[in-house]
Design a protein around this ligand. Structure first.
Ligand SMILES: Cc1ncc(COP(=O)(O)O)c(C=O)c1O
Length: 383
């Protein structure tokens, strides 16, 4: 095996695709201590700046006192801790859904939900830029997998048209695409689903807490709650916590609870994590300034990058790609930015398609106007 591993490492290095972990010795936030240096952080998904909020830590501490640390076993096996159920009720309310079911993380939600709904003989239709966890969920389901080019509703319609005899058809899409920051054409997608009798599942990981009048996501923003059958989202991004949910009807929850393998065959989240998420939901409801500042910061960052001549794709959200194309060059620019005190990660294949390497700039509610100007000026210098 040693030869194989050494060759793999060599090949990754030669292709400019070798990744490594960088020591972080501070909480997440606008400013972090990375590899021993204080730098401004432009790559987290902590959109509302809640990951290090002392109120979440306090809520977790109190839950630790009340319920201890571990959940002990699967929630179906040794009693369901009240924090989990309370969070599920609050999430359902926040998402305007009848019910929700918690999963330990977003990857597990997607790999659990999809195989619970479709299997051999069924078909899934998916945007080519969907998150890897949705791809993994479809592969585990063994349903036929049809991928349409990004946002191409004409191709989706063609595929649905040819699949009329398939018993169960599921369309899955990110609502905000995690590496491009653009939004799915959800209105058109739902209209096609209705026309061809397909179900719709959305991944709101990057829309939850960010889009919509109350921050519930793109489905809320577009008033499409009745047309979307499954709303998945994560608590690890704007909520600053950890975990994920599938929201929809009471019957959906019942089926997922009984059939989603990544729910059944895993230990429940530590109760203190659920308590921190409940606290985050409360803050998201009460402090709408975080969402409006975030949106304004995203607008300023996008405008400044575009004015400097950078290609930011079709981003309309706090995720703003700066297209570089070449993977090694993207990594080099990221390194030089870090040397100047700006942490902006380079995103390379296989996370994005070959020759579309980019810097993925994300802003949060905590960035200042000076932070944004400083980052764009540094990028101009090193580009
Ligand atoms: C769109 C999307 N879905 C799902 C996930 C997985 O969520 P988690 O980190 O909670 O596993 C992520 C990122 O992590 C994501 O960007």
């Amino acid at each position: 095996m040693k030869d194989f591993l050494d060759r793999r490492i060599h090949d990754l290095e030669a292709a400019g695709l070798r990744r490594s972990l960088r020591p972080l010795t501070s909480p997440q936030g606008r400013e972090i201590v990375l590899e021993g240096r204080r730098v401004l952080n432009f790559c987290s998904n902590d959109y509302l700046g809640l990951a290090a909020d002392p109120r979440l830590a306090q809520a977790a501490k109190e839950a630790l006192g009340r319920r201890g640390f571990g959940a002990g076993a699967s929630r179906l096996v040794c009693g369901d801790i009240d924090e989990h159920e309370a969070l599920e009720d609050e999430l359902a309310q926040f998402k305007h859904a009848e019910a929700s079911l918690l999963f330990s993380c977003g990857h597990m939600a997607n790999t659990g939900i999809i195989p619970s709904l479709v299997g051999r003989g069924d078909a899934v239709f998916a945007d080519k830029l969907n998150h890897a966890s949705l791809v993994d969920g479809v592969m585990l389901s063994r349903a036929a997998f049809h991928r349409y080019p990004h946002a191409r509703m004409d191709v989706l319609e063609d595929m649905l048209n040819k699949a009329e005899d398939i018993p169960r058809k599921l369309i899955v899409t990110d609502t905000v695409f995690s590496m491009d920051g653009d939004v799915a054409p959800l209105g058109d997608l739902c209209a096609l689903a209705k026309k061809y009798d397909a179900w719709v599942m959305v991944d709101e990981a990057h829309a939850f807490g960010v889009l919509g009048p109350t921050g519930a996501g793109l489905v809320e923003e577009m008033s499409l709650g009745d047309a979307v059958h499954v709303q998945m989202g994560t608590l690890s991004k704007a909520a600053g916590s950890y975990g994920a949910y599938g929201a929809g009807s009471r019957a959906l929850k019942e089926v997922l609870l009984n059939t989603a393998r990544s729910f059944i065959f895993t230990t429940g989240l530590p109760p203190l994590v659920a308590a921190a998420s409940r606290c985050a939901l409360g803050i998201m409801r009460a402090e709408s300034w975080r969402r409006s500042t975030l949106i304004e910061n995203a607008r300023c960052m996008r405008a400044a990058l575009q004015q400097a001549g950078f290609d930011t794709g079709h981003s309309t959200t706090p995720i703003i790609p700066v297209m570089i194309k070449d993977a090694a060059r993207a990594a080099d620019i990221s390194r030089k930015l870090l040397a100047r005190g700006f942490f902006v990660s380079a995103i390379r294949p296989p996370t994005v398609p070959v020759n579309t390497a980019r810097l993925r700039v994300t802003v949060t509610a905590l960035h200042t106007a000076e932070d944004i100007t400083g980052c764009v000026e540094a990028l101009k210098d090193v580009f």
